[in-house]
Write a protein that binds this ligand. Structure first.
Ligand SMILES: Nc1ncnc2c1ncn2[C@@H]1O[C@H](COP(=O)(O)OP(=O)(O)OP(=O)(O)O)[C@@H](O)[C@H]1O
Length: 246
């Protein structure tokens, strides 16, 4: 983090997929501070997932620079991903996956553990906290593949929280959740932002937002069409407008 609390700084970034002739996202410049709650909106194919994966160094920038948690994303992608949680879109475990929920949550610690080190007290404590936070206590010993889609989604969020990240990126985290669970998970995310974690979320669900200012980042055709803060009750109309206006 720099002096003014900036955790993510993208400076005119372009990102292309392997073998593609043209970059999918182009000329994106933005900064996100600790404790911000940011919604990334925009139509299908606009580049929202690509934006998240450019932030954590999973995708290669073809132009521009990105600094995340004070690290150069181009050169230090692995270090960045130790400090940034990423809950991917629509991921489901095979029913026969040979890991329990607790083991899957522990996988969030693996990057921090490094090769050949076994989990210690601090790792088990972080896993336990994440499991409790997501209300997964009764499911901790169940094979992960036998959980429902929504329960698996919560386990993936817990896995990323076990990492104790400074930034949490989420790609449509509410898509498999019923309304009640959605409220519960958005409560968890709000609390994380209050504690200073930057929460950056691709979402088309605009209920259950925190009371304060919400950052809205709208992508359209690979470029930034809106980047501003507003009240929670204004988010839906502003995202909708910026997603469609030519
Ligand atoms: N692995 C890939 N290889 C090549 N092109 C890709 C790849 N993944 C995505 N794209 C392309 O990049 C563009 C942006 O995709 P992206 O997944 O970032 O959009 P999105 O806004 O997240 O869409 P959605 O709302 O449908 O999830 C699309 O045109 C897509 O076809």
């Amino acid at each position: 983090m720099n002096g003014n609390g900036t955790l993510i700084h993208l400076d005119n970034i372009y990102t292309a997929y392997e073998g593609a002739a043209f970059p999918v996202i182009r000329g994106i410049t933005l900064s996100i501070r600790a404790g911000e709650y940011a919604i990334v909106g925009g139509p299908n194919g606009a580049g929202k997932t690509t934006l998240l994966e450019s932030m954590n160094g999973m995708l290669r920038l073809t132009h521009g620079s990105a600094t995340v948690c004070g690290l150069d994303v181009r050169r230090q992608g692995c270090e960045v991903r130790k400090r940034v949680g990423y809950v991917v879109q629509s991921f489901f475990f095979d029913p026969l996956t040979p890991f329990t929920t607790e083991q899957v949550v522990m996988m969030g610690r693996y990057g921090l553990l490094g090769c050949l080190r076994r989990p210690g007290e601090a790792d088990y404590a972080a896993v336990d906290r994440a499991i409790r936070l997501l209300g997964l206590e009764d499911l901790r010993d169940r094979p992960i593949g036998t959980l429902s889609g929504g329960q698996q989604q919560k386990a993936l969020i817990a896995q990323n929280l076990a990492k104790e990240p400074e930034i949490l990126l989420l790609d449509e985290p509410f898509s498999n959740l019923d309304l009640c669970t959605r409220d519960f998970v958005s409560g968890v995310l709000k609390d994380l932002a209050k504690k200073g974690i930057a929460v950056v979320m691709v979402s088309h669900a605009f209920d259950g937002l925190p009371d304060g200012e919400i950052r809205i980042i709208v992508m359209r055709d690979g470029t930034l069409s809106l980047d501003e803060t507003c009240r929670p009750d204004e988010v839906e109309s502003r995202v909708r407008k910026a997603s469609t206006v030519q």
